[in-house]
Design a binder for this molecule. Structure first.
Ligand code: SAH
Ligand code: SF4
Length: 417
């Protein structure tokens, strides 16, 4: 039986694994071999690692959890975007999305099951927070996605098979994938997933210790070895932990700003009541950006809410002097969503106002929307568990929906059947 209290293999790097092996009476040189199987060959079951005896494989499994995430569904969108629903050991589920582009393959990972923050435009926000993901569940999304995409297979790219089956013929995407593979430093280092963004379900900075550990693991040479430029953490503005991104990890920072004034921002993002724009900007002005890096500002276009030229000009004023890239996201609707997407002309005018000021700006093309895989459309199935975290009860009590608040207070009074 799987023992879920065991440390998971995907939370180790070579030194910590050496130590663990010593503790269980196995030679430490096996650490490099084991990680080699996992990250260079895509084999995670010790019984399939050819230079490990069956006896040692059994011993390893007794002391370390080697179970990968369980894949429940894999959906392919018409544009090549892939969305997975993964089940966790306790029955919760999360979504992970792969977005192929001509020169890169981006994996959008989740950091929490749900989210406490309840941004009004976000589907994930409607489900409450069930729990934080562990570091190995975050690394596990990258590993499983790489496995499914055929990163380590002799017959590359399972995705290609799916693509053919679905009649999808965007050759550029297949070329990109093949290209990625060739460009890697040897087959082992080739990556279908070139970039990782923490833009799936959850607020990464509300799960900082695990997100930090997962990033450390993903960047370590003994695992995937991602460079810090290849990873981006997106936050809705959890001010207390923003500085850690620079001091500890050095990865890229994206800020979900979405409105340039407190009145509008508070209406659509309840977190603005806790850390308003002034506090957020003070933290960002103090953020030690590395050379040739910039802050990405995410700005969802909500019809008649935040999309006027006046808003664009206020945004420019707000970010003045900060090396910036503005990413405009046309609102992706989801079942029951309370907003409409701004029309194309309004989006274009907003974009041009930013561009004229000399700031780099892009309108993010919606990807995978036919399978609800676009930004803000992820929601898992977890809501059916009716669970909500008690980890951040004050946040839920202050900002949650009425039903979330009620659940929290029921849990707190212990008045639950
Ligand atoms: N919690 C983090 C990261 C996950 S959300 C954050 O909020 O930054 C990733 C991005 O998608 C955020 O910029 C978020 O605001 C945006 N987003 C959420 N719902 C959206 C929707 N319905 N349409 C478009 N973008 C959305
Ligand atoms: Fe949470 Fe980000 Fe969605 Fe807001 S936009 S509810 S912070 S996942």
């Amino acid at each position: 039986m799987e023992n879920t209290t065991q440390t998971h293999i995907l939370s180790f790097t070579v030194n910590s694994l050496k130590q663990k092996l010593k503790d269980i009476g196995m030679p430490s040189f096996r650490a490099g071999q084991i990680l080699g199987w996992i990250y260079d060959k895509g084999i995670i079951n010790p019984s399939e690692m050819k230079n490990i005896s069956q006896k040692d494989a059994e011993k390893l499994k007794q002391h370390i959890n080697f179970e990968p995430l369980t894949m429940v569904t894999e959906q392919l969108a018409k544009d090549g975007t892939v969305k997975w629903l993964f089940k966790l050991h306790d029955g919760h589920d999360i979504e992970t999305v792969f977005i192929p582009e001509p020169n890169r393959g981006t994996l959008c990972v989740s950091s929490q099951v749900g989210c406490t923050l309840n941004c009004r435009f976000c589907h994930t926000g409607t489900q409450g927070l069930a729990r934080n993901l562990t570091a190995d569940e975050i690394v596990g999304q990258v590993w499983m996605a790489a496995k499914r995409l055929g990163q380590w297979s002799d017959q590359p790219f399972n995705l290609k098979l799916h693509v053919e089956k679905s009649g999808f013929d965007d050759q550029w995407m297949l070329d990109m994938l093949a290209n990625q593979k060739e460009k890697g430093e040897g087959v082992e280092r080739a990556r279908i997933i070139s970039n990782i963004v923490f833009m799936g379900m959850g607020e990464p900075l509300f799960n900082w210790p695990n997100v930090e550990k997962a990033n450390d693991t993903l960047m370590h040479d003994s695992t995937f070895g991602y460079g810090s430029r290849k990873i981006t953490i997106s936050t809705s503005g959890m001010v207390d932990n923003i500085g850690n991104i620079a001091s500890s990890l050095g990865v890229n920072l994206a800020i979900s700003i979405h409105a340039p004034d407190n009145e509008t921002r508070t209406k659509i993002m309840p977190i603005n009541k806790k850390w308003d724009i002034d506090e957020l900007m003070a933290a960002l002005r103090a953020f030690p950006l590395k050379e040739r890096r910039r802050i990405t500002w995410e700005y969802v276009m909500l019809k008649d809410v935040n999309d006027s030229v006046k808003h664009a000009k206020m945004l420019l004023k707000l970010i003045e002097g900060i090396p910036s890239f503005v990413n405009i996201i046309p609102f992706n609707e989801w079942p029951g969503s309370p907003f409409k997407r701004s029309d194309s002309a309004t989006i274009e005018t907003f974009k041009n106002t930013i561009a004229k000021a000399g700031i780099d700006v892009n309108v993010r093309r919606s990807r995978g929307s036919d399978i609800l895989a676009a930004c803000g459309q992820l929601r898992g199935e977890t809501s059916k568990f009716n669970s909500i975290s008690t980890e951040f009860p004050t946040v839920v009590m202050q900002y949650g929906t009425d039903s979330q608040k009620q659940k929290i207070s029921v849990q707190f009074t212990g008045d639950v059947a």
